[in-house]
Ligand binder design. Structure first.
Ligand SMILES: [Zn+2]
Length: 457
């Protein structure tokens, strides 16, 4: 049980939290007793969106909390509470269906990254009534905590070997099979793209491979970019550009979080997770601009820029992934700054070769308030990746539509008949919002799990 939740027990006093829609505030206030009316009026409470007020009883003890929300889907409002309300026991005045989503918001808002700094308080606790699906709440919240923490841990403690250990630990928890192909062994198995990008790091490059579920079930394969730190390589980034680069394994963290959701919920799928885990370092043996790599698929890649390394390592992982013809292939990556230029940091870009899949997924994303936005795999731009001496260049010649050309690069490694979703996402909150603390963040995961559970569950 997470520290921010308690199972329903009525031994102690529990403070109710009233979530009142902004438009209903006047009517709600009209029904309250004179003490509450006076308290809210004299403390300047005007029922503005997101406003929260503690309300005492006549003995001056906390009696209830009021929180103004936009509508019944505004579950993020609950995310502002667990670390701002006094420590103690609370319950929501909500229907069972809204209780579930608000409890998820509450849980996500209670996250604290405590590995290197003691927290100055514990989260307030909310009671989870028996009639709501507690396992689902815990699954979503704990899996997203896993994603955030994997991203937040700095590279010295989350290099390729530590990321491998985290994946192995998850596999062990759920009795999944786990193996990894490490260092020069990658070359023996034709995985030169992964090896070449990661070879300059003291922590050897590797391909992590996790399998779970029964073979007879639909095959879902997840591929996550695990660039544990991205200096840019010899095309080195600026100091500012390198600041957040511990998060460049955010795609790997996402697929591990999604895998956890799937395994915890025992979705009847045959799950395969592939993570190319590398550090894009600078060193005497670093790969260089102009080098040509023969990828696992046999496609030769001219290195136009060593900072476009994510697509290079994903190329080999995708090539391995499609060998078994999955029913659905999903890759997730902090792939391009261009996707952030186009959509900002809060809206993950998704690309797909199948309209139906992305449309269904988008419906779940909208329903669950976990937004995504489709960008096109616009084929006309493929020629900007042309190379005169190799099959493809990893860097587009003109620099326009960088998120699309990165998607088109990956598309070379995915046969058209395999249903494929490619996510280009930030994996990081630049600033805190209710339920979404600053730092590593899971994006589109609730939407993806909702889609997978509806389709395969
Ligand atoms: Zn890079």
């Amino acid at each position: 049980m997470l520290a921010c939740f308690v199972k329903s027990s009525l031994k102690k006093s529990v403070v109710p939290i009233f979530f009142v829609k902004k438009e209903d505030f006047s009517a709600w206030l009209g029904k309250q007793n004179i003490i509450i009316k006076n308290w809210l009026t004299t403390t300047g409470f005007r029922g503005e969106l997101g406003q929260v007020r503690l309300i005492p009883n006549q003995q001056g003890q906390l009696a209830q909390v009021v929180c103004i929300i936009s509508d019944s889907k505004d579950f993020w409002a609950a995310g502002a509470l667990p670390l701002s309300l006094p420590e103690g026991l609370y319950r929501f005045e909500l229907s069972a269906s809204d209780y579930l989503s608000f409890a998820i918001g509450w849980g996500l808002g209670a996250y604290q990254f405590v590995r290197y700094k003691k927290p100055n308080r514990l989260p307030a606790q909310v009671v989870l009534p028996k009639e709501i699906d507690q396992q689902h709440i815990h699954n979503i919240v704990e899996s997203i905590y896993l994603v955030r923490t994997l991203i937040n841990v700095p590279t010295d403690d989350m290099g390729p070997s530590e990321l491998a250990a985290a994946a192995a630990h998850l596999a062990k928890q759920y009795k999944a099979a786990f193996k990894q192909i490490v260092g020069k062994e990658l070359l023996k198995q034709g995985l030169a793209s992964i090896y070449t990008v990661g070879r300059a790091s003291d922590d050897a490059p590797r391909l992590l491979d996790m399998r779970w579920g029964k073979k007879k079930h639909p095959k879902v394969t997840l591929v996550g970019k695990g660039v544990c730190f991205d200096t840019g390589g010899l095309d080195i980034k600026t100091a500012a550009g390198m600041q957040l680069m511990k998060k460049d394994m955010g795609g790997a963290a996402h697929v591990l979080g999604l895998a956890r959701m799937i395994m915890e919920a025992k979705l009847p799928v045959c799950l395969h997770v592939l993570i190319p885990a590398v550090e894009n370092s600078v060193g005497g043996n670093a790969y260089r601009p102009g080098d040509i790599i023969t990828s696992h698929k046999g496609i030769t890649i001219e290195v136009g820029n060593t900072d476009a390394e994510g697509r290079v390592v994903l190329a080999d992982a995708l090539s391995v992934a499609v060998n078994e013809k999955p029913d659905l292939l999903i890759d997730m990556a902090t792939l391009t700054g261009a996707a952030r230029v186009a959509l900002g940091t809060e809206l993950p870009a998704v690309f797909s070769n199948q309209d139906r899949v992305v449309e269904d997924l988008t419906a779940h994303a909208n329903q669950l308030i976990d937004p995504i936005w489709r960008l096109p795999l616009f084929g006309l731009y493929r020629d900007s990746l042309n190379s005169s001496i190799a099959d493809i260049n990893n860097n587009s010649a003109d620099g326009y539509a960088g998120a699309i050309t990165a998607g088109l690069f990956l598309k070379e490694f995915v046969p058209n008949e395999i249903p494929w979703l490619h996510f280009d996402l930030m994996a990081w909150n630049l600033k805190a919002r209710p339920g979404r603390p600053q730092g590593g963040e899971a994006m589109a995961l609730r939407a993806l799990f909702g889609y997978l559970a509806a389709r395969f569950g």
